[in-house]
Design a protein around this ligand. Structure first.
Ligand SMILES: C[S@@+](CC[C@H](N)C(=O)[O-])C[C@H]1O[C@@H](n2cnc3c(N)ncnc32)[C@H](O)[C@@H]1O
Ligand SMILES: [Zn+2]
Length: 251
C-alpha cells in the first residue's frame, strides 16, 4: 500500500467507510471493491461512468502529457497573467494549514500543488486516471495527499467534512455541473469555503476542446448554497472568472 492513502475514502455508492484490504478498499455494506492503481484509488472499475463522463475522461487522458503547458497558455491567452492567476490561488490557500482540502476535477494538481501545506489533507478527485498520474508524480509520496479516480457526482466522502473546496477550471468541463455542485455543497462544512475559476471567454486557440461559460451560469449552479446563508463573490481578470463561496457573516 503506497503511503498516499492515509486519508480513508468512503463508498461513493452508499457512503459507508471503507475497510482496507491489502491493495484495495472494500465497502462493508455493498461489498464493492475499490482497488489501488498506481498510487490512487480506482472507483471507476466498480462504478462505471455514464457516456458523457467517459468522453471527458478520454479527452483528459489524451491531453494529460501537455496539460500543464496548455493551461498556462489558455489563461495567459485570455489576458490573465499566470502569476496573477496563481497569486489569487495562493491567497486562498494561505489559511489552508491544518485544513481538509477537496479539489474537484483536480487534474494534474499543477496550479495548486505548490500551495498545499504539509499540515493539511489534500484530496484530489478526477475522472481521468492519466491526469491523476501526473498529480501523483507532482506530490510524490506525500503523506497528506489522497488522489481518487472518481466522478465528481459521487464524491466518496461523508457529509460536512471538507474545510476548503477547490474547483479550478472544472466547471467548464463537468458534464453534469449541477450534480457536481450538489456534491460540493453536501461535503462542505458549515463554515467551509469554495474557491474556483472558469474561463468566460473563448480561448484564442483550442487547447482543451471546452467552451467558455457565462458568469451567470456559475452563480446559478452555485445557488445550491442558500444565498441567505452563503455569500457568493466573483471577479474577472481578462477572460478568467474567479469565484468564491463563504458562509455569510451573520449565519
Ligand atoms: C480543465 S481541467 C482542470 C484541472 C485542474 N483543476 C487545474 O486547474 O489545472 C478539468 C478536469 O476536470 C476533470 N473532470 C471532468 N469531469 C469530471 C467529473 N465528472 N468528475 C471528476 N473530474 C472531472 C477532467 O478530467 C480534468 O482533469
Ligand atoms: Zn458501498
Amino acid at each position: 500500500m503506497p503511503p498516499m492513502q492515509l486519508f480513508p475514502p468512503f463508498c461513493p455508492s452508499c457512503r459507508e467507510s471503507l475497510a482496507r484490504n491489502g491493495d484495495s478498499f472494500t465497502c462493508q455494506k455493498c461489498g464493492r471493491l475499490y482497488p489501488m492503481r498506481g498510487g490512487f484509488v480506482d472507483f471507476l472499475s466498480s462504478l462505471p461512468l455514464a457516456e458523457a463522463q467517459q468522453v471527458v475522461r478520454r479527452t483528459f487522458d489524451t491531453l494529460s502529457p501537455s496539460y500543464d503547458n496548455a493551461i498556462v497558455r489558455l489563461v495567459e491567452g485570455l489576458g490573465c497573467p499566470w502569476d496573477d492567476y496563481t497569486a489569487r490561488l495562493e491567497t486562498f490557500m494561505a489559511g489552508a494549514g491544518g485544513k481538509i482540502i477537496l479539489d474537484v476535477g483536480s487534474g494534474t494538481s499543477f496550479p495548486v500543488g505548490p500551495f498545499v501545506p504539509r499540515t493539511s489533507i489534500y484530496v484530489g478527485v478526477d475522472v481521468s486516471a492519466e491526469m491523476l498520474g501526473h498529480a501523483q508524480s507532482l506530490f510524490g509520496d506525500s503523506l497528506n495527499v489522497a488522489l481518487w479516480n472518481v466522478d465528481a457526482e459521487r464524491i466518496p466522502l461523508p457529509d460536512s467534512c471538507v474545510d476548503l473546496c477547490l474547483a479550478l477550471l472544472s466547471f467548464n468541463v463537468f458534464p453534469e455541473p449541477h450534480k457536481a455542485a450538489g456534491e460540493i455543497r453536501r461535503v462542505l462544512k458549515k463554515d467551509g469555503s469554495v474557491f474556483g475559476t472558469v474561463f468566460v471567454q473563448a480561448p484564442p486557440e483550442d487547447l482543451l476542446s471546452e467552451r467558455p461559460v457565462e458568469p451567470q451560469f456559475v452563480r446559478e449552479v452555485l445557488s445550491v448554497f442558500d444565498p441567505s446563508a452563503w455569500k457568493f463573490t466573483d471577479e474577472t481578470e481578462g477572460g478568467i472568472l474567479f469565484f468564491s463561496v463563504n458562509r455569510a457573516a451573520s449565519t
